[in-house]
Design a protein around this ligand. Structure first.
Ligand SMILES: Nc1ncnc2c1ncn2[C@@H]1O[C@H](COP(=O)(O)OP(=O)(O)OP(=O)(O)O)[C@@H](O)[C@H]1O
Ligand SMILES: [Mg+2]
Length: 282
């Protein structure tokens, strides 16, 4: 089982961008991948899918559902199977388990909700080579459940912030899982790197010097690139964007390199890839 949680409780550092494009990169490298959206903001879901086309989500799999058809007498409905929330994306070998705003209810559920999430993800994990989980920007119950469902964690760090704001809290919250060998630290990746700015260079130096993040920093850095911000509007990963502009080509290359580094750390062979494969329309 290879389940990678992409985590950093700081908002806007690139968790979703990296989760989506790494998942697509792995699918393009001929591995079967499921991207699980564990964030009520559902940004990973809408990065690959039109919101209107999403009917069932992770929310109905893990959170309590109520039937309000008899006025004044709400009754509990059974949980949905995780298999009912799997969507095939446009990309061959890449599936999505979307989320919805309702997943915000997760943190108010009885603590058994964590076991439901872990069981659901472990139920589908054997069907894929890799599962990638996009996590929310806080250290709440949903975050805990996502990390407990995973056996690897990957931490994106935005080169826009000088102090490694909050990364210490994140590492502290992972400490127990890492110590009990339930989780391995797959690596840290710098995002929104801009070689022209002093801030980016100083942030890189700081990460390199950090005892935990430094040694496992990926060599590949993801540059600031407007094409990465535009791709979600088309509901496709960067490698399905038209590579006519240098921006798209550069981002594609960076994610391909990051994918190869991730495969190396997962001890999986790098298979030769051609053009990104679209799923065949049945
Ligand atoms: N390398 C990049 N170049 C340009 N824009 C980027 C890059 N990485 C992320 N962005 C943009 O920055 C914003 C935040 O990125 P993203 O949603 O991936 O972060 P996040 O950590 O998932 O945020 P949240 O904590 O809210 O879930 C998005 O609009 C995204 O398109
Ligand atoms: Mg996000």
């Amino acid at each position: 089982m290879r389940v990678i949680a992409v985590a950093n409780q700081k908002g806007g550092v690139g968790k979703t961008t990296i989760a989506v494009n790494l998942a697509a990169g792995l699918a393009n490298a001929k591995y079967s991948v499921c991207l699980v959206d564990c964030d009520p903001q559902a940004n990973a879901s809408t990065s690959l899918y039109n919101r209107e086309e999403i009917k069932t989500t992770l929310t109905e799999v893990v959170c309590t559902r109520w039937d309000h058809s008899i006025p004044g007498r709400p009754s509990k409905l059974p949980f949905l199977s995780i298999h009912d929330a799997i969507y095939e994306t446009e990309m061959d070998r890449l599936d999505l388990i979307p989320s919805s705003l309702g997943l915000a209810q997760f943190d108010r559920e009885p603590a058994t909700v964590i076991d439901r999430m872990v069981e659901a993800i472990h139920e589908i994990a054997p069907d894929y080579d890799v599962v990638i989980i996009d996590t929310p920007p806080n250290l709440g119950l949903l975050f805990t459940a996502a990390l407990k469902s995973a056996n690897h964690v990957l931490v994106p760090i935005a080169a826009q912030y000088l102090p490694l704001e909050g990364v210490g809290d994140l590492l502290l919250s992972l400490e127990e899982l890492l110590a009990r060998k339930k989780l391995t630290f797959l690596g840290s990746v710098i995002n929104q790197f801009d070689v022209r700015t002093t801030l980016s260079k100083e942030a890189l130096m700081k990460v390199k010097k950090d005892n935990v993040l430094g040694p496992c920093l990926f060599a590949t850095m993801v540059s600031t690139n407007t094409k990465l911000a535009e791709a979600p509007a088309f509901h496709v990963p960067i490698n399905l964007m038209d590579p006519v502009t240098p921006g798209v080509t550069r981002a594609m290359q960076q994610f391909e390199e990051l994918t190869f580094e991730v495969l190396d750390r997962l001890h999986l062979p790098q298979l030769k890839t051609e053009a990104p494969l679209l799923r065949e329309v049945k």
